[in-house]
Design a protein around this ligand. Structure first.
Ligand code: FAD
Length: 421
């Protein structure tokens, strides 16, 4: 019988992957990573997949390949359905797993704020499947527009509404504006590129809400120069029958509502009462522990109110997830060895957003950059953390080619049919 302790980590995003890598140094641990997908992916570049600028494989990496050389890491493909804390096991849709230590790192899911029609009809931007669906949808809409029977029908195919003016909404709006200028005008002769209208809607008074005022103003200026139609202080209220209705009563006929407007936690049955906080995030102490159990939560799914600089909880960002994963990877072996754990403190390294080619904004601690230099920093920072050397090289080449030529060649409409279903 093995005397090794069993650690189960559910979710192989930034938090889970960094945790598992760190934990694997402890040879007394037998680690199982559980994920719905068999690959890790890089959410900040999803919008480039969705706009056919890079390939999905540029930003994804199979878990089994990632941990090929780590003999104490196993992978289990499955979706966490329920936790039994008293009995120390979890239920997934592909079987039950027992644990000594459980870590939940499942991130968040798209929040439609209870609007069922939006949930049914809008295109989310949360994972690789969403990005591929959106890419196919955008390309199909352009094809439909080339053969639309009426002008109204054509305009509905060409109107794109983006809900959410955070980094994702801004980045996708900028990319679509470039696509309109560089691709639609050249390749879709039946379309007047100017008829492709890009609407960016946000309920708050600014774009890039969490960033500095300078970044917010720069984003608004650059996107306006690119003819993105920005509407602030306005919320999407419904989306049905090809019509988006806004809170000011106005309507936009469209077949494409891109939903980049918010996230919420998925509640996993079995966690003790009182362990779920704001945004359905799991409440944790300063060591990321859920109450006093042998269960931890890290990354976007957790809400930690113990960090002095972040009394309302940390922002749901990659750096928080990475830092929590790394620290817990050191804390769990300490706990098992009977040593004191270290509390988590977030080190904010700043935030960046790309607006369009050669234009980005960077709020680094104490410094603000914009324009070409910020854009270069953005490229550099988004290549470095990509999993796999080959992915880094492939992405660098894709970017070089696409930015230089303004002519990426990836606009393939590929719709797999799942015979296993
Ligand atoms: C489009 C987009 C752009 C972003 N851009 C930026 C950016 O520029 N900068 C930045 O700092 N942050 C950005 N973020 C936020 C950042 O991606 C998150 O903060 C970060 O990914 C959180 O890491 P995580 O490990 O907690 O969760 P995730 O990275 O979301 O990983 C969760 C993992 O859990 C798995 N999973 C989910 N549910 C289950 C289940 N029930 N059972 C098993 N497995 C499950 C998922 O498949 C996934 O692998 C962006 C997010 C999105 C969606």
């Amino acid at each position: 019988m093995s005397l090794k302790k069993k650690a189960i980590v559910v979710g192989g995003g930034f938090a889970g992957v960094n945790l598992v890598k760190e934990l694997s140094r402890d040879k007394q641990l037998d680690i199982t990573l559980v994920d719905i997908n068999n690959y890790h992916f890089f959410p900040p570049l999803l919008y480039q997949v969705a706009t056919a600028f890079i390939e999905p494989s540029n930003i994804s990496y199979p878990f089994r390949r990632m941990f090929q050389k780590k003999k104490n890491i196993h992978f289990h493909l499955g979706k966490l359905l329920r936790i039994f804390p008293g009995e120390n096991y979890i239920v997934t849709d592909t079987g039950n797993l027992g644990y000594d230590i459980l870590v939940i790192a499942i991130g968040t899911q798209t929040n439609y704020f209870g609007m069922k029609d939006v949930e049914k009809n809008a295109m989310p931007m949360k994972n690789i499947t969403d990005a591929i669906n959106l890419r196919n949808h955008l390309l199909l809409s352009l094809e439909k527009a080339t053969r639309a029977a009426t002008l109204d029908e054509k305009q509905r195919d060409l109107n794109i509404v983006i809900a959410g003016g955070g980094p994702t909404g801004v980045e996708i709006a900028g990319m679509l504006a470039e696509m309109r200028r560089n691709i639609v005008s050249k390749e879709y002769l039946e379309i007047n590129a100017g008829d492709m209208r890009i609407h960016l809607i946000d309920a708050s008074p600014t774009l890039l809400g969490p960033m500095s005022k300078k970044s917010q103003e720069e984003a608004k200026k650059v996107l306006s120069d690119w003819n993105v139609e920005i509407k602030l202080d306005t919320a999407v209220k419904s989306y049905q029958n090809g019509m988006v209705t806004l809170s000011d009563g106005s309507e936009i006929p469209t077949n494409t509502l891109i939903w980049a407007s918010g996230v919420t936690g998925a509640i996993i049955p079995g966690l003790p009462e009182g362990s779920i906080g704001r945004g359905n995030r799991i409440l944790v102490d300063e060591f990321n522990r859920v109450q006093t159990l042998n269960i931890f939560a890290i990354g976007d799914i957790c809400l930690q109110l113990t960090d002095n600089k972040f009394p309302k909880g940390h922002p749901q960002l990659a750096q928080v997830a990475i830092q929590q994963g790394n620290l817990l990877g050191k804390n769990i072996p300490r706990l098992l060895a009977g040593k004191a754990m270290q509390p988590f403190v977030y080190h904010d390294k700043g935030s960046l957003a790309i607006i369009s080619k050669y234009k980005a904004v960077a709020d680094l601690p104490k410094i603000f950059f914009k324009g070409f230099f910020a854009w270069l920093i953005w490229l550099f920072i988004h290549i470095l953390p990509l999993a796999g050397f080959r992915n880094k090289v492939k992405l660098a080449f894709s970017w070089f080619w696409s930015f230089m030529t303004n002519d990426p060649t990836l606009r393939l409409i590929i719709r797999p049919v799942d015979k296993d279903d």
